[in-house]
Ligand binder design. Structure first.
Ligand SMILES: C[S@@+](CC[C@H](N)C(=O)[O-])C[C@H]1O[C@@H](n2cnc3c(N)ncnc32)[C@H](O)[C@@H]1O
Ligand code: SF4
Ligand code: SF4
Length: 457
């Protein structure tokens, strides 16, 4: 059987009697096809391909069977190079007091050694990394080097920025190989722009765009693919057409007109219109160059770290790492995919399970820290997974967690309002990342869909 057929067979979990037998079958697949893929891609790239595919198989198995401790690592990563932001958009953790005061969001920049540890542990498994969550990534002068480092694991890199930051080192940003950049600009005049992007300066943003485009031209670079993201509010909707014209004239790759989340509970003057003319308009798109840029990093992979992970078989990991991980679920239909598919780290090394921000009195979303051996299996991750797969065990585990100094004892997941929205989390994005890479060319569309669709096939 060919590689795709083997992966597809492994996705039918019912064929395997137990988790260890499943892991042994994955190890056999890796041994059986390693020679063929080494010839095709070279040894390190082949190892990376096997790590990513086998990790995704294990992750889906663990999700479907409701495991509490997991062997898999996140498929998708979010890292904040900076917790700080000079703007204060309503609804964001940076909004002005009194609302902003409810969030505990210590300022600070991610240190290179902390990012190094994080990416060495998780980079070989993830398909994508987003360099932002609730901060302004370009405030950290190390952000381009973080991007470069992530590319040594062949990961697709992206970030979102207000671009309202003076003094950005545009040469370093473009040279980093950043693949995709969202520019958050909700208006075409300072007057309307700053109604949401409070403290933002549209002149600085436009000057940065000019510098970005001219730097890309001078370097002959296609990436970062740069998209003007325009969140539509009642106050700026009359500027949509002007923004489209400006984006094209400035030389950006695309503009995306989007429906924002409502924020009127924080600022009653900022309203989302009933009808938003959602649209994605591409001005400069060259699929071949985009893929070529993505592929370029395969020539500069970190062979040593990738080999360190590849050398450990899945059976060995099961024998050495797991503590009560294999689990028969009791109640299963509603689960949160974030707890198995993704992980978020802020610039201080705090680990969150997802991108939700919740006021401090109602949140226990800080699940771990980078200091811990494997944050993805820290007690609050296991407790939250138990919430969905075995409510009786959940109670037992919660009682064992030391209460925090302040705030609630239970994880935020108990009162999460968005679980039903998390079905097939990041599926299309993950599929796209796989399709764009020659590493995964042996995987057919059907298998790719099955690998990342955890609830709907
Ligand atoms: C919290 S921001 C952090 C990155 C950066 N500071 C920025 O604003 O682009 C992450 C993303 O959330 C988007 N965002 C901000 N307010 C939003 C809203 N009300 N609804 C939907 N997305 C929003 C931003 O535009 C950005 O793309
Ligand atoms: S620019 Fe981004 S991080 Fe800053 S306040 Fe606005 S949404 Fe939040
Ligand atoms: S259940 Fe809600 S709070 Fe918990 S990880 Fe999922 S999305 Fe986040």
């Amino acid at each position: 059987m060919n590689f795709d057929g083997t992966v597809s067979e492994l996705l039918d979990f019912s064929d395997y009697e137990s988790f260890p037998k499943y892991l042994a079958a994955i190890d056999r697949m890796n041994e059986c096809f390693f020679g063929e893929f080494t010839e095709r891609h070279g040894e390190t790239a082949a190892k990376l391909m096997f790590l990513r595919i086998s990790n995704a198989l294990v992750a889906k198995y663990e999700y479907k069977h409701g495991h509490l401790a997991v062997l898999s690592r996140p498929l998708s990563l979010y890292v904040d190079p900076s917790n700080a932001c000079p703007l204060s958009c309503p609804g964001c953790v940076h909004m002005k007091e009194p609302d902003g005061k409810q969030y505990i969001w210590p300022k600070g920049l991610l240190r290179p050694n902390n990012f190094g540890r994080f990416i060495d542990d998780f980079g070989p498994y993830a398909f994508r990394i987003m360099f932002c969550n609730f901060g302004e990534p370009l405030l950290n002068k190390h952000t381009p080097s973080f991007i470069q480092r992530a590319r040594q694991f062949g990961i697709s890199t992206a970030l979102s920025t207000s671009f309202s930051v003076p003094g950005i080192d545009m040469d370093a940003l473009v040279a980093s190989g950043l693949w995709y950049m969202i520019l958050s600009i909700d208006g075409a005049s300072q007057e309307n722009y700053e109604k949401y992007r409070k403290g933002g300066n549209l002149d600085v943003v436009l000057e940065n765009i000019q510098r970005l485009v001219s730097t890309k031209r001078a370097m002959g670079a296609y990436s970062p693919f740069s998209v003007w993201q325009f969140l539509v509010f009642e106050h700026n909707q009359k500027e949509i057409d002007t923004a489209k014209e400006m984006a094209e004239k400035l030389g950006l790759n695309a503009i995306s007109i989007c429906r924002p989340n409502a924020v009127n509970q924080f600022d009653p003057s900022v309203l989302v219109p009933e009808h938003v003319p959602v649209e994605y308009l591409s001005f400069q798109y060259d699929g071949d160059r985009q893929i070529a840029d993505q592929e370029a990093c395969l020539g500069d992979l970190d062979a040593e770290v990738i080999d360190h992970h590849f050398r450990r078989s899945w059976v060995q990991r099961f024998e050495e790492d797991i503590d009560g991980g294999a689990y028969e679920p009791v109640a299963t239909e509603t689960r949160c995919e974030w707890l198995y598919k993704s992980m978020v780290m802020d610039s201080g090394g705090r680990i969150f399970p997802c991108c939700i921000s919740a006021p401090s009195d109602r949140r226990r979303l800080e699940f771990s820290t980078l200091e811990n051996q494997n944050p993805f299996n820290d007690s609050l991750f296991k407790v939250s997974r138990a919430l969905f797969s075995n409510p009786d065990q959940y109670r037992e585990l919660v009682d064992k967690i030391p209460p925090p100094d302040r705030g609630p004892r239970e994880p935020f997941c108990v009162k999460c309002p968005v679980i039903p929205d998390q079905r097939d989390l990041h599926r299309d994005n993950l599929m796209q990342r796989m399709k764009e890479s020659s590493l995964f060319e042996a995987i057919t569309d059907d298998t790719c869909t099955n690998l990342f669709s955890w609830n709907r096939v």
